[in-house]
Structures are given as C-alpha cells and as structure tokens.
Design a protein around this ligand. Sequence first.
Ligand code: PLP
Length: 374
Amino acid sequence: MIPLLDLRAQYAGIKAELDAAVLETLASGAYVSGPKVDAFEKSFAAYTGARQAVALNSGTSALHLALLALGIGPGDEVIAPAMTFVATVAAIRYAGATPVLVDADPLTWNIDPAGIARAITPRTRAIIPVHLHGRMADMDAIMAIAAQRGLPVIEDAAQAHGATWQGKGAGTIGAIGCFSFYPGKNLGACGEGGGAVTNDPALAARMHKLRDWGQEGRYNHVEHAFNYRMDGIQGAILSVKLAHLPRWTERRREVAALYDTLLAELPVQLPAKPTALEHVYHVYALRHPDRDRLAHGLMEAGVATGLHYPRPVHLQPAYADLGKGPGSFPVAEALAAEFLSLPIFPELTPEQQRHIAGALRDLLAPASVTSHAA
Ligand SMILES: *Cc1c(COP(=O)(O)O)cnc(C)c1O
C-alpha cells in the first residue's frame, strides 16, 4: 500500500540526528520550554522571515492566542473560510467571538476576497485567511480590504510552512501568522506542537505571557491565561527537522511537478497554476465529480488517498448553530464533494507516482466507466 504520507520514512532519514537531540534533552532536564524551545523560536522566526516567533503546544493554541493578543472577544465577528480544517473556526469560538464564514474561490480553492468584503459588518474585528493545502490565499486582495477597513489579518499558515506570496513568507504578511507542527504537517513534531510569528514585539510578548499562565514574574498572574507551552523535546526535534525543511519542500515540489505532468491528459481538475506564489504542497488535491469511485479504485490498486476536507465547516453538526444550511457556500460544498488528495511526501518515489497515475488513468478510461455501469 502506498500511504498518503510516511512518517516512518522521514524518521529513518534523520534517525541519528533526531535520537541524539531527544537524548540530549532528556539528559538536560529541561522538559517544558527552556533553551531548546528558545532556540527553535529563533530559527523558526528566521526561516519564515518574521521578527519573532512564539512556540506553543498546538496550531489551535496559536490561533486562539493570536485572537486574544489582538483583543478579540465576545461580541466581535471574525471572518474565516468555510473550506478549512475545523480548528480555524473553533479558535474563534474559544476567544468568545462569532465566526462569519465566507465561500471559497473556485480556481484557487482559498477564501474568496470578494466574499470577505461582502461579509464585513461594523462588528468585524479580524480576518483569518487559510493557506489551504500549502497554497497561499490572495494576500494582495485580502490585505487591501483589511487596510481599507482597518482590520488585522491572522494568517492560518498551519499547512504552509515556507510558502511565499510575492516573495514574502507565509505568516509574515498579516499581523500574526499561525503554524501547526502536528506530526503530519510539512514541519512536524513527534507529538503536538504549534507556533505563531509576528513582526510586532508587543504582540509576541503578549502571546508569550498568555501561553504561560499570564505571569509577570513567578507566581504573579496578571491576567487570565493558559498553559500552551511547548515541550523541550518537541523544540529539540523541531530544530533538527527545520534544517531539513528546505530540502523536503523542494522534494514536495518535484513530486507535485511530476503529478502535474503525469495527470495532464486526464479529465481531472488540478490546482490552478500559482503565479504570485510558491506552493509547498502540504496536500496535492485534484477535483473530480466521481471522487468516491476514484478513491475506492485507488485503494484497490494499493494507493491510499485523503479528503481535505469532505465537509465544509458550516455543514458540521458542531456548527449547525451558525444557521448556514446546504447551499450557503456552494463552492466550498462542491470542493468538499470533489476533492481527492493523492499521496505526497518527500520520500515518495517517481515509480510510486507512475503507479498512482496509471491506476487513475485506468479508472478514468471510458472502458472502465462502461464496465462500472454494467
Ligand atoms: C492542522 C491545522 C490547524 C490546527 O493545528 P493543530 O496543531 O492540530 O492544533 C489549524 N488550521 C489548519 C488549516 C490546519 O491544517
């Protein structure tokens, strides 16, 4: 079976370095925060191009603290895409604010900037674009709308480590950029992890305080806050992996380019070719109306696939109270019905990709449709 991603292959490639970093941290006794986490913050900030980074225990915590650092709370509205992982919208609720969802653009699959402009009300306090699949949202249009209305932008860059828009790093264009280091992300810990980046030292200081019980000096708790700190071992692991990320991202782009070539003649919709941006291919998704048949056929051919995501947020039972039924966001709903993610990870081989493309070609051949119908 060709997996959707292969974390054991990644570990095998860097085992000696990773084992040494973990053992060193075990011996150091610095298990929560500490020098390994501080060092990771510095190198991650440098990698993204931001002035500062705040290491946290998850990407969801990063979104939550970004909203709190910007002073967003009950009564405030925050704009986010309907087509995203549920954490983007959950974090808005954690802050006590009201999520206002916006449909996707049919070509980029990211939040539609025109939809953002229409969704703004006098209560809107922030916009959260998501760089879905590692492809950045239209940051020129979004920043222009935000500037016109005086609204901060929080980038959900959980899938977009190292992606760029007009040469600027994901997470560094808005007021705060939020990243996940969940194991399957392009840069992943060996456990939970996340972080935020910003060019504003005051916002970084506020998030540093909020992640550690709102302390100013030991046991002096100046505000209601959280335990969102990063483990020392995860900081050490992430520093090791960050050094490999540029090479891994290059490999992801090569894998994507080969898929583009192998699938060019097939009747599937591929992601619109980026121009202003450099995609990091956290996910390689295609669109096809007969997605479920393709997923099943690929599974029979020994190929695992994914769905990112099979249901937009407004149709999740947990968000029924938003009052947006089927038909509210038709593009997001069509994407959810037609998206199919193919295996993509740095260690995937061209031979495996040719097998995957061959299996897809067979499934899409007119004869196979006839035999399916018969
Ligand atoms: C993974 C992800 C998150 C949440 O990150 P966690 O580290 O799992 O909390 C948020 N937004 C998006 C778009 C994600 O893909």
